[in-house]
Write a protein that binds this ligand. Structure first.
Ligand code: NAD
Ligand code: UGA
Length: 463
């Protein structure tokens, strides 16, 4: 059956649903798009007149929202009616790691996927294409199908086609990634449904970038892409420690190996460990699936990517304590950067959280500055007992954060941290003063001219 999509509903107005639909709306003016969410505060923020108050910070996003909002892009909490008006429904809800029960700590919690499938089953009309946008364990489409078939039986006028269309955007570059994707992956069985989704992307993506596969390969490819990316980071981070003890420099090693086209230069930047909502949960899920199928060696192999990531964060805290004479009590430490990477306000699984928590445990006072993360988010991530409240201060500038501080820990690679004003900082900080550069981005020679003691991750000279 041929489809001509006129009305899209996207369930989930998060870091994927919002930007993805803004890009589709901008490129497909003839399609009406409703982005819905059960979180009414989030929907209200998407509808904020002041575009600085959108729930997500992402370069280029506010311009797109301004262009299409209330024209062909709508944010609504009326989930039922938006589902019933849609001929294509994207499921873009969160799929975190299960906290309780079978598979706790590894398997994906699919309760929100199931509740979306049931809502679609109850409220959709006619022929509906259901698109998995969330990252899901391989074979989830089967679960969605079984739920929807149960509703098809009750009302024969309705039928469903299920597609997998995983999202590969990175936060901070989401709009660019969506406008110029490396590839768009569509998995499914129903050729007409695939064509309908393909036609949407063809409005701005070249045909040769659109890859269609069977549905299971599509679901699995998303998990594997994230696992491979995370593996590269753990690989380079493991070598950063070797550089430190051998007077070599991880940036030089990355450059040298990355020039080999078989290796490639991307994703070879060592740092404080990967964060973000997906790498860890997707690898845990991969490990769970491998164990489920009895592939224990494969599961153990991928688990190591996570072990190295945890080790990297821990070794940074250890280094700080060691350098600061073995104790952090009566010391103030300034943390620059709290989001998990630059150009996003997202703090999910940010390495800053673990490092800051460990530093607070060591008894220091902590002052945190991030250009985009809100004060209440940092407090939510860090306050785990009453004592913490008095030991934590959130500053609104680099300079204020550094007043009377003993050390700066640079955690996120925001542009403004590349050229710190060492003269000004030297005037407000205590002596001896330290900089721990976990992103290897500051000019260490400059900083040492102003009396700073420097530790740079992966740099054998500044140890
Ligand atoms: P998110 O937490 O930012 O957004 C998910 C939204 O879904 C939330 O606002 C939540 O309220 C809403 N929701 C959950 N259940 C609902 C329901 N039953 N009805 C209505 N709304 C519901 O998550 P995200 O970062 O956008 O990720 C969504 C999915 O996309 C995940 O599976 C993730 O793995 C995947 N993904 C994320 C990224 C990323 O960069 N964040 C990139 C690619 C893929
Ligand atoms: C990642 C993938 O890159 C996306 O393709 C995928 O769609 C997304 O996960 C997802 O499924 O959620 P994201 O987590 O937004 O995107 O950001 P990345 O650029 O991948 O960075 C992840 C973490 O790795 C950050 O903490 C970053 O600082 C770190 N990183 C990245 C490094 O330490 N070194 C690098 O060379 C690259």
């Amino acid at each position: 059956m041929k489809f001509k999509v006129k009305n899209i509903c996207c369930i989930g107005a998060g870091y994927v649903g919002g930007p993805t639909m803004a890009v589709i709306a901008s490129n497909c003016p003839s399609i009406q798009i409703n982005v819905v969410d059960r979180n009414i505060d989030r929907i209200n923020s998407w509808n904020e007149e002041d575009l600085n108050k959108l729930p997500i910070y992402e370069p280029g996003l506010s311009d797109l929202v301004k262009k299409s909002r209330n024209i062909n892009l709508h944010f609504s909490s009326d989930i039922e009616s938006c589902i019933s008006n849609a001929d294509m429904i994207f499921i873009s809800v969160n799929t975190p790691t299960k906290k309780k029960g079978i598979g706790a700590g590894q398997a994906s919690d699919l309760r929100w996927i199931e509740s979306c499938a049931r809502k679609i089953g109850e409220h959709s009309k006619g022929s509906t294409i259901v698109v998995e946008k969330s990252t899901l364990p391989v074979k989830t489409a089967q679960t969605i199908k079984e739920i929807l078939i149960a509703y098809e039986d009750k009302n024969s006028e309705r039928n469903f086609s299920i597609l997998s269309n995983p999202e590969f955007l990175s936060e901070g570059t989401a709009i660019k990634d969506l406008e110029q994707p490396d590839r768009v992956l569509i998995g499914g069985e129903d050729k007409d449904a695939i064509k309908a989704l393909e036609d949407i992307y063809l409005n701005w993506v070249n045909e040769d970038r659109i890859l269609t596969t069977d549905i299971w390969s599509s679901e699995l490819s998303k998990l594997i892409a994230n696992a491979f990316l995370a593996q590269r980071i753990s690989s380079i981070n493991s070598i950063s420690s070797l550089c430190e003890v051998t007077q070599s420099n991880i940036n030089n090693v990355s450059l040298a190996i990355g020039m080999d086209r078989r290796i490639g230069s991307k994703f070879l930047k060592s740092g404080p460990g990967f964060g973000g909502s997906c790498f860890k949960k997707d690898i845990l899920n991969l490990v769970y699936i491998c164990n489920h199928y009895g592939l224990y060696e494969v599961a153990n192999y991928w688990e190591q990517v996570l072990s190295i990531n945890d080790w990297q964060k821990k070794r940074i805290t250890k280094k700080i304590v060691e350098k600061l004479f073995g104790t952090l009590s009566n010391k103030k430490i300034t943390v620059l950067g709290f989001s998990f990477k630059s150009n996003t306000n997202d703090t999910r699984e940010s390495p800053a959280i673990d490092i800051c928590r460990d530093l607070l445990e060591e008894g220091c006072k902590l002052s945190v500055y991030d250009p985009k993360v809100k004060k209440n988010q940092i407090e939510k991530d860090l306050i785990f007992d009453k004592e913490n409240i008095s030991n934590l201060e959130i500053a609104n500038s680099i300079n204020k954060a550094c007043i009377n501080s003993d050390a700066i820990i640079l955690i996120t690679d925001w542009d403004e941290f590349y050229n710190l004003d060492f003269l000004e900082l030297s005037k407000v900080m205590r002596n001896p003063r330290f900089i721990f550069d976990t992103r290897n981005i500051i000019n260490a020679k400059d900083a040492s001219n102003y009396g700073f003691r420097i530790w740079k991750l992966g740099d054998g000279i500044f140890q």
